[in-house]
Each structure stands twice: as C-alpha cells, then as structure tokens.
Design a protein around this ligand. Sequence first.
Ligand code: HPA
Ligand code: ZN
Length: 353
Amino acid sequence: MSDLPSRMPARLAPERMAALLREMPKAELHIHIEGSLEPELIFRLAARNGVPLPHPSVEALRAAYAFTDLQSFLDLYYAGAGVLRREEDFFDMAWAYFERAAADNIVHAEVFFDPQTHTARGVPTGTVVTGLEHACRRAHAEFGISSRLILCFLRHLSEEEAFAALEQALPHRSHFVGVGLDSSERGHPPEKFARVFARCRELGLRVVAHAGEEGPAAYIEGALDVLRAERIDHGVRCVESPELVRRLAATRTPLTVCPLSNVRLRVFRDLAAHNLPALLDAGLCVTVNSDDPAYFGGYVNDNFVQTFAALPGLGPAHAYVLARNSFEASFAPAADKQRWIAALDQTFARYAA
Ligand code: HPA
Ligand code: ZN
C-alpha cells in the first residue's frame, strides 16, 4: 500500500488494534443526522412537543429495529424524525451526535440532512438548518470538530419536489456545502434527478449520491455520469462490474462504506462476509462510516472495531489507509487535511514504539 508513514506498527494484538482504531483521528462522511436520533431522545422530544408515539417505551421502540431491507428501516426512520419540530430539537439531535463524534476522535464530519422529511409536516427548512448549524458551530468551539452540512433529496419523491426543496433551502445556501441523494434506491435511478443536480452544480454545490447499496452497479455509473457525483455513498455493489471498479480506482472516486448498516439492512450476511477487504485490495478510496448509528447498532468507532474484529486480514496498514482516505475524500480545505494526516501519522508512530 502506498502513502504509509515511515513509522507504522506491522501487526497488533486485537485489544491494541481496537485501541488504535478508536484513537486514530478520522473524518465521518456518511452520517444522516436524523439517523443519529436515539430512542431516548425520540421519547424526550415527543414529550417536549406533545407528539404521540406508537411504541409504549424506549425498549419497545428499540426492539422494533429488526430490519429486513432498506425500506423497512426507512419506515421507522421517517416515523422517528416526526418528533423534530423546533430549532432546538434539531440542535439537540446534532449536539448529541457531536458529543459522540468527539468521543470517537472524529475531527471532521460531513453531515446529511433530509429537509423534505420535515417540510412535509410543516417544519420550515430554515428551522432545520439553523438548529443544525448552531450545533456545528458549538462543536467547533468546544471540540475543535470541523463540519459541513449536505442537503439530501429524497429519491422516492419527484424531481419537481427536489427542485422545490432546493428553492426553499437557497436562502440558507451559505450553511450547506453540497447535495446528496438518499431514501429508497430501487426503482429510483439517479437519472430521475439529472436536471436538479445540474442546477445544483451551477450553484457551486458539491455533489454526492447514494448508489450501489441495494441498487445495481448501473446506478453508480448513473450517479457518476449523469449527476457527476464526486463521492458515492455505499457503492459496495460496484464489484459487480470490474470495469466500474477500475474506473473508480483510476479516478480515486471515494466510496463511503457503512459496514454495520450493510449488515442490518441485509446487504451482507454478516461483517465477516463484507467486501471491504476486496474494495481496499482493488485500490479504491474507501472510507468507514456509521450511516444511521442510532438504528444500526453503532457509531463510527463501533464500525471500525467490529469490522476489524470480524475480518482478521485487516490490520494497521488498512486502518491507516481508511483514516487517510476519509481526509482525502472530504470537502475540507487542503491545509486542514494536511494537519489531520500529520496527527494521524503521529498516532501510528506511537503504536509502532
Ligand atoms: N440509504 C438510503 N437512504 C437513507 C439511508 C441509507 O442507508 N439512511 C438514511 N436514509
Ligand atoms: Zn446513507
């Protein structure tokens, strides 16, 4: 593997490997902020806002998190977001995420939000963005975490509705760096959103898109060719097209992979069956992320630690490459990336001693 620092541990005992994974500085590039809403906070916000909940307790709600596919998750995820009504609700949700991020040594986070989920029940986009942005500013002040917001369009809705969401968000343009595409993938190819993404590019927005999670490799090609996505969220089904894998490697197009999500949504049988090692071996710019940590059983460090424990072929060099990729793949300024990579090198040097 290229770009390894001069002082690197060759191999580590499992507990020491887990400690390194936890301690290494990292960026998270695939986190839906509504997917960080823990059941306890859902109940607290429901009480605060007088919103009735179908589940009688936190335990009953958590027990309902037994998903069979992406749609079965999305149904609960949209229902959970129904407790978010006021600016402080969005602040509290994002602040809880940043506290977890700080504990996981995340130094930079690019955070997805779904405005259409909220405008559908009468919550203005400004309420969403202002609450989230306040948490981003406080995370920088208190934890030194830098962050960006990325507005995601819901692909099960129409392109016309995506245009309306963009219009409503434009007064807050300075608070988000880019746009993405999420929700139900199958039957909703990237081509459906060609015109709205063209408009977003004209506006100078960065472009990412979910593709190749449940959908085929052709959806990844559509995201690249039609939406001009700079990163692919998930993308694990790229391996179904060797030509596409070669293209992603040659262009260093990042894939934001989410192992625990993939297992919970049955994209892979278990972590031991995940194709992360194959993606790394193919030289792809892969990163590890949590997706919807409150629903999928873990935050970013849980994803790293559990994935490395399940795949014994993965060691310190892979950990280094994954963390370094997370910085390279981010939309942060070059000077910040250099600073984070220097800190990463120092962490690995300490483990080499
Ligand atoms: N896939 C698609 N849409 C989503 C996801 C996901 O993993 N999480 C939240 N919205
Ligand atoms: Zn996602």
